[in-house]
Design a binder for this molecule. Sequence first.
Ligand SMILES: Nc1ncnc2c1ncn2[C@@H]1O[C@H](COP(=O)(O)OP(=O)(O)OP(=O)(O)O)[C@@H](O)[C@H]1O
Ligand SMILES: [Mg+2]
Length: 489
Amino acid sequence: MRIFKKVGNTLHVLSFPGEEVEKGGYLIVEDKKLGKSMIAQVIDIQFANVPGMMEELLRSPNTDEVAQGEDSDPLDIMSHILYIQDARLLICKIYGTLVDGKICPDNNWLPSRTHSSVKKLPTETLLNLAGITKGLLIDLGVTHDKAPLSIDACEMDGRLNIITGKKGTGKSHLSKLLVLGLVQHGATVVILDINGEYTNLGLTEDGTKTENFEKIHVLSPGENFKVTLYQTNLYVIMRILTYALNLPGTSAREFRHIWRALEESGTVTLHELGGAINRSKCNQHVRDAMYSRYYAMVHSGFFTDNMAEAVDLEALLKKIENNGGGAIVINLSNTSPTDRQIVVEFVLAKLQEILSQWKIKAAFLFAEEAHLYLRETYWDDAVTRMRHYGLFTTFVTNQPNTINENIYRQADNIFLLNFVNEHDLEIVSRAARVDAETAVSIVRDLPPHHCLVLGKVVKDFPIIVKIKPLNIQTLGKTRYFFKERKNVD
Ligand SMILES: Nc1ncnc2c1ncn2[C@@H]1O[C@H](COP(=O)(O)OP(=O)(O)OP(=O)(O)O)[C@@H](O)[C@H]1O
Ligand SMILES: [Mg+2]
């Protein structure tokens, strides 16, 4: 391989037949005289554009066709021409310089064209050099050259993450892998599970319990997840009323008075609340507005006056933290859109309250298709306030345009699976940690179950990994009518 040119942080390298390089693989350009090496990733492979190549291709026969007659190439020039015809141009992005075994981000030097050597850099060597193999490891799978890739759970701690890719490429699978990895390292994880596909995280494919079984707590709103109004303090209830049920300002003020009166008399129950709204001496419209919200709350089946059947989220979170980690799966699959918002608003407000009072250290939140239940303002909250309180969100979606642009700019780790749509690619390439060209060029060709990992977990060296299989029961799969014909498992 030889260096051809360098423009900015892009390096063009010529490779000849026999020097096969994979897209996404790394090269090391060593300049012995300067005593340093450049590390670059191959993001595209093209034919070398030699002048006159088209004419040559038009004139010369295909070598596979049987040649008849005399040998008209006595000097054996043909083999050289073929060699050049098959030469490739590797478009690479420079990701740092290696000096004395240490990587530094200096890209501002030119290796010699004549005496520097260009070689493949095995991913395993790169992982060791960059220090990606240390810490609380979560095994993701293997890279194209069979190097195992494990990421450090600490690099997800305090961070904002995105998992995105087209439908059916393995986003939820990767997200489950990360959840289990975090749980095994003792973390507290809360999952907003829109399709009910995380509910069997503790079971293997044949239905036996895994070592995580006791650590996965599935809460289905209205069934085994109900709360009393005593647990729902004024702050939480006001968030539910204003954000999930859109109660206008005047009615909200009146509601606050009623709630305070109930608190003073120690009778904050659904039953008493209904009566108090009825008795209130306010304007008819205001009363109707409050009453309709009250009914929505009652009909959600999420609130109860029976202490015995109520779940204490705070106690559960504390128990998880003391027992060395676990996950709470909020199963939203059988919940209507309005009820979903009520439940999510309750869970988030409660989490914020628990975290702000330091009752638990921190928690990881996994939100699938968050636009279906998160209110607009949560996006900004996620990058600012919630992060300070110790709630670290991972957004999972197959529609990248549903994630707020701010999240892309601030995301610390991005897991990209395949995308072909130009519009989707353009959105994901806006992320600050992503080199737009790298993302567009590599992600377009990723096979299913392969992921381009970007950000802090890979020390900003984009790495392609084939995500390992998981022996857990997969739910939330697409159901098919012509299953046998499709030969789908
Ligand atoms: N790395 C993997 N190894 C083996 N099987 C996998 C892997 N990743 C995903 N699968 C399987 O592929 C199927 C689709 O995966 P998954 O549900 O994670 O996709 P998705 O991107 O979340 O899809 P959707 O957009 O529909 O939510 C599942 O049956 C899953 O078990
Ligand atoms: Mg999914």
